[in-house]
Design a protein around this ligand. Structure first.
Ligand code: SAM
Length: 203
C-alpha cells in the first residue's frame, strides 16, 4: 500500500535520514553483523537512503532494491546514481519478487526490510518471498511496525496503512519461522511493543 503525503514527507525528511543512519542501521548491525561482499536485496527502498547504508555501513557488494511506488523509485535512482554499477532499483511489490526483479530462488546473501512489510496487504506472501530468495544461511534484517502502533489514534489519523490482519511481534516471528527463517534470540521490541527489530537466518 502506498504512503500518503504525510508519510512521504516524514520518510523523505532529513530527520529520517539521520535516524536511519545513526539509529536504525547501527542497531541492525549490532543485532546481525555486517554483510561484507554480499549480494543484498532491499524491499521497499523508499527514496534509497537505506540502500546507500547497506553498501556504506554493511559493506554489501551490490544491492537490488524494489519499491511499489514509481515516485520513490525515481527518487531512489536519482539518489543512488553514483552507485550505478552496484545498485539496481526497480518498481514492483515485495510479495512478488520474481515479477519485480526476476529474483531467482536462493539468489541473495541478505535481505533488508527497513519498515515496509507492515505496508504490504499480503504481508505473509512478502515473508515467503524473502525466504525464497535468500540462500541457505542468508540473513534477513528487519525493522517493523506492530499492530499495536498501527492501532494508535496518531497513526490512524495521520498515516495510511492496511487495517486488516496486521501483526504482533510474536505473529511476525512465527511467520518467519514457518518460512524457514530462524529468528536470532537478539530480536527486540522498542517503545513498548510498537516496533520490533532483529535478524533471522535462512535454514
Ligand atoms: C515507511 S516507508 C519506508 C521506506 C524506506 N524503507 C525507508 O526506511 O525510508 C514504506 C515504503 O514501502 C513501500 N511499499 C509499500 N508497499 C509495498 C510493497 N507491496 N512492495 C514494495 N514496497 C512497498 C512504500 O512505497 C514506501 O516507500
Amino acid at each position: 500500500m502506498l504512503m500518503n503525503q504525510m508519510e512521504t514527507f516524514l520518510v523523505t525528511s532529513p530527520a529520517n535520514r539521520i535516524f536511519q543512519r545513526c539509529v536504525e542501521a547501527p542497531m541492525l548491525r549490532r543485532l546481525g553483523g555486517r554483510t561484507p561482499g554480499a549480494r543484498a536485496l532491499e524491499i521497499g527502498c523508499g527514496s534509497g537512503y537505506g540502500t546507500k547504508l547497506i553498501i556504506d555501513q554493511f559493506g554489501a557488494a551490490t544491492v537490488d532494491a524494489v519499491d511499489l511506488d514509481p515516485a520513490m523509485v525515481t527518487r531512489a535512482r536519482h539518489r543512488l546514481r553514483r552507485y550505478n554499477d552496484q545498485v539496481r532499483v526497480e518498481q514492483g511489490s515485495a510479495d512478488d519478487l520474481q515479477a519485480a526483479l526476476g529474483a531467482a530462488d536462493a539468489s541473495y546473501d541478505a535481505v533488508f526490510d527497513f519498515g515496509i512489510i507492515h505496508h504490504v496487504i499480503n504481508w505473509r506472501d512478502a515473508v515467503a518471498e524473502v525466504s525464497r530468495v535468500l540462500r541457505p544461511r542468508g540473513r534477513f534484517y528487519y525493522l517493523e511496525v506492530s499492530a499495536a502502533a498501527l492501532a494508535r489514534p496518531s497513526y490512524r489519523r495521520l498515516l495510511d496503512h492496511p487495517t486488516k490482519d496486521r501483526f504482533t511481534a510474536g505473529q511476525f516471528l512465527a511467520e518467519l519461522t514457518a518460512h524457514g527463517l530462524e529468528p536470532a534470540d537478539s530480536w527486540r521490541t522498542y517503545i513498548g511493543s510498537d516496533y520490533l527489530a532483529g535478524v533471522a537466518q535462512r535454514s
